[in-house]
Design a binder for this molecule. Structure first.
Ligand code: HEC
Length: 127
């Protein structure tokens, strides 16, 4: 019985801590790199339907989402998000940083270079 309680607590409490903590720390020496120009086409094809053409979270599919995608063109909001978090969330999906599972993992669709390129494009939306 004690053991079961411990297991339940480990998953519930651990999950809560993860959700609050946002993205896990970046691996040492992580650099995004990426080519925003190349990432633009990927963004239009796969991301704009939710995030909107300009990243404002007003894509056609966003109406059905709760929570709504944040405004990726908002400088203040984006200044709080690291390159690592952008990369990680695109690669592994929202839950990797305590965000909505409606933000799915793209690593089966996009290769590492494409993920870096589209991350660089996301960065460019708030400039
Ligand atoms: C089905 C709708 C949908 C699609 C398609 C989608 N996203 Fe998301 N995205 C979301 C939602 C919902 C969230 C979680 C709320 C938020 O933080 O915006 C999210 C979160 C994010 C974040 C995290 C913002 C933060 O706070 O860390 C980034 C970056 C992002 N998406 C980029 C992309 C990129 C790039 C693509 C295309 C490869 C994409 N998304 C495709 C719905 C979507």
């Amino acid at each position: 019985m004690k053991r079961i309680k411990m297991i339940i607590c480990a998953s519930v409490c651990g999950g809560a801590v993860l959700a609050l903590a946002g993205a896990p720390p970046a691996p040492e020496g992580f650099e995004l790199g990426g080519n925003a120009e190349k990432g633009a086409a990927t963004y239009k094809q796969y991301c704009a339907m939710c995030h909107g053409d300009l990243g404002k979270g007003d894509g056609l599919a966003a109406a059905a989402l709760n929570p709504k995608p944040k405004n990726l063109a908002d400088k203040e909001m984006m200044s709080k998000i690291s390159d690592w978090e952008i990369y990680l969330v695109i690669k592994e999906g929202g839950p990797a940083a305590g965000l909505s599972p409606m933000m799915t993992s793209w690593k089966a669709v996009l290769n590492d270079e494409q993920i870096r390129d589209v991350s660089a494009y996301v960065r460019s939306l708030a400039k």
